[in-house]
Write a protein that binds this ligand. Structure first.
Ligand SMILES: Nc1nc2c(ncn2[C@@H]2O[C@H](COP(=O)(O)OP(=O)(O)OP(=O)(O)O)[C@@H](O)[C@H]2O)c(=O)[nH]1
Length: 615
């Protein structure tokens, strides 16, 4: 059955359907997208590879989507050729901002739920985002080929959630392709066609901007009103900057130049601009000759949540790291950084991330794509410190913590939603309580599944919370969170001193109740890591002038001349020279020699256990 027409030039909005697939991580969005590409003949059988739309190596290796992707696919229903624009979105909480951008470019969303797992935290979060954007929602259960699938049970859960009948929930398998044709039909029938004024001045919304080494910045847009055509000058409405349009086209899924983009169409623009910040996501594109007077409602900028220092292992790599960050920023508008120096680690950068997964991926890309070896310092959230003289300081690094009289410290908070089987309610509440959480509410989604809402300090959940939640719920708990203002907190800065000398890289800002355990942990760890010296070295943890923990490394004197009796001066000198060589790999902190490895080991293990990135 030939249901696929050649990609029609969509000048008539009535034949366009713009949709995205939203789901909890791993519920099968990318696999379903693959099947749609294959079934519609957009990607030839022999070119097909799993996760076709995930272009980055890291995305493929980890099996996760980081960047959104948009593709145009043809589909014929009742003899009419339709043009579907599918936008694949990431599912991980760190990349929610990508999802919300994609949603704004669509009329409808497929809410995909794993038929063996049921509704999870990001299912809800994404559903609410889609509802805020007034999208028509098509509920779909995926992976019905799995023996563990419970389609009836979860169809009921889904129907209860969005208000509908369980029999209206479509059953598909992205793996085998069952139900995917029916889903494409449903998209055409159920989703509204885009509406806009074709004769009005052009207004197109930028929902993504990507840097491509060969083509410069590629800007993805959705046209709301009017049209854009090749060789026309375009204008960015926020800055009024104008750019020549070098190419305009659609992703099908390879970039295909077109004669222009009309109302409701999704496509790309290439202007020869070299910096994604000049083609800002959320901005409105209009034409220079007939500019629109009012911009479309934009998006909020993604706000970094976690900050960490990135230092090259080898100090001479600093310029390489600087260039690498600059390049990466061209492609990742959420990344921010500024230079910083550390007495222990030398020159580096303080970088802001959306979450730990974003940190890990950025670091991995820097190391891999630029051949760097990096040390990342223990991550921090951003604190707002008000001094008694009313001065306000924003602190993302413990070494910036003001030493003057502090009136108040505020810490960022999040609204967290946890979904889990009811039997784990007690364990989850206990965990949230120890993390200074305040219960917001609890709802039963079905007899055996509960949604628990907590307000928690960001610093308490961003590092190891999810791993602990997973282990306490035997893998069944899922978590989603979003920023929720801030609160006054009793926070202190814990310093680590080696022989009375403060080592900035080991300082931390913690809640007063946890300061002692941090001090004990860090001094203990350093005692193990720092080799014995020729004198005793006290390691102390202190809050201001008050010492809260202490360890010491006993003295030894490695007498390299011990075996060298007799008075041969040249031999003695040779041995002393050799000893000096070995010392070059040491950092001096006051009089104490600390091996580079000690910094790395102490910092990497002080960091939260690595987020294994699957939520
Ligand atoms: N049995 C079965 N497995 C599936 C099906 N769809 C997806 N999977 C598997 O589920 C896992 C996750 O699928 P993905 O398509 O990568 O999930 P995703 O939702 O796109 O994940 P992110 O892009 O990271 O958000 C993969 O191992 C797939 O092979 C299905 O219909 N049946």
């Amino acid at each position: 059955m030939a249901r696929t027409a050649p990609v029609p030039a969509a000048t008539d909005p009535a034949i366009i359907r713009n949709f995205c697939i939203i789901a909890h991580i791993d519920h099968g969005k990318s696999t379903l997208a693959d099947r749609m590409l294959q079934l519609t003949g957009v990607v030839k059988q022999r070119d097909m590879k799993a996760q076709y739309l995930d272009r980055m190596d890291i995305e493929r290796e980890r099996g996760i989507t980081i960047k959104s992707q948009a593709v145009r696919i043809p589909w014929e229903v009742d003899g009419t050729a339709y043009c579907l624009n599918m936008i694949d979105t990431p599912g991980h909480v760190d990349f929610t901002y990508e999802v919300s951008r994609s949603l704004a470019a669509c009329e409808g969303a497929i809410l995909l739920v794993d038929a063996a797992q049921g509704i999870e935290a990001q299912t809800l979060a994404n559903l609410y985002l889609a509802m805020e954007n007034n999208l028509t929602i098509i509920p779909v259960l995926n992976k019905i080929d799995l023996p563990a699938a419970q389609p009836e049970k979860y169809a009921l859960e889904l129907a209860n959630l969005i208000g509908g009948k369980p029999e209206d929930v479509l059953m598909v398998s992205g793996k085998t392709g069952v139900g995917v044709e029916a889903l494409l039909d449903l998209i055409v029938r159920e989703l509204p066609a885009p509406v806009g004024d074709p004769n009005a001045p052009a207004r197109a919304m930028i929902f993504d901007s990507v840097y491509d080494t060969y083509r410069g910045v590629v800007t993805y847009v959705r046209v709301i009103d009017g049209s854009l055509s090749p060789r026309e000058k375009i204008q960015m409405m926020s800055t009024r900057a104008t750019h020549e349009l070098l190419e305009i086209g659609v992703s099908a899924p390879e970039p295909t130049p077109s004669k222009g983009l009309g109302v409701g169409e999704v496509g790309y623009l290439i202007t020869g601009v070299k910096d994604v910040r000049l083609s800002k996501v959320g901005d409105t594109v209009t034409t220079f000759s007939k500019p629109a007077s009012e911009a479309l409602a934009g998006y909020h900028d993604a706000k970094p949540m976690v900050f960490s220092g990135l230092y090259p292992m080898d100090g001479t790599d600093y310029p390489v790291l600087r260039d690498a960050l600059e390049k990466l920023m061209l492609n990742d508008a959420a990344l921010i950084y500024e230079p910083e120096t550390s007495a222990a680690l030398g020159f580096g950068f303080r970088v802001g991330f959306l979450g730990l997964l974003h940190l890990e991926i950025t670091r991995e890309r820097l190391e891999r794509e630029h051949n760097l070896d990096l040390i990342s310092t223990a991550p921090n959230v951003e604190y707002e410190v008000t001094l008694e003289d009313k001065k306000v300081v924003h602190v993302t690094n413990p070494s910036e913590y003001p030493s003057g009289k502090i009136a108040e410290v505020r810490e960022p908070m999040v609204a967290a939603t946890i979904l889990a089987p009811t039997e784990f309610v007690g364990a989850i509440m206990e965990l949230c309580q120890t993390r200074r959480g305040i219960l917001g509410g609890m709802d039963y989604l079905s007899e055996d599944r509960v949604e628990i809402r907590y307000r928690l300090p960001l610093a308490e959940i961003v590092f190891d919370f999810f791993d602990i939640l997973k282990s306490k719920t035997r893998g069944y708990g899922s978590l989603d969170w979003k920023a929720d203002g801030d609160q006054v907190a009793d926070l202190v800065k814990v310093d680590i001193l080696l022989q009375g000398e403060q080592v900035d890289a080991f300082s931390a800002i913690t809640h007063r109740d946890k300061a002692y355990s941090y001090g004990v942990m860090m001094t203990g760890k350093l005692r193990e890591l720092i080799p014995r010296q020729q004198f005793e070295v006290p390691i102390q943890a202190a809050i201001g002038a008050r010492i809260i923990a202490r360890e010491s490394i006993r003295a030894i004197r490695k007498d390299v001349l011990a075996k060298c009796y007799g008075g041969d001066i040249s031999r003695k000198r040779k041995l002393l020279e050799k000893q000096k060589e070995g010392k070059k790999r040491m950092k001096m902190v006051g009089r104490v020699e600390v091996p580079q490895e000690a910094f790395i080991a102490a910092l990497t293990t002080a960091e939260a256990p690595k987020d294994k990135s699957k939520k």
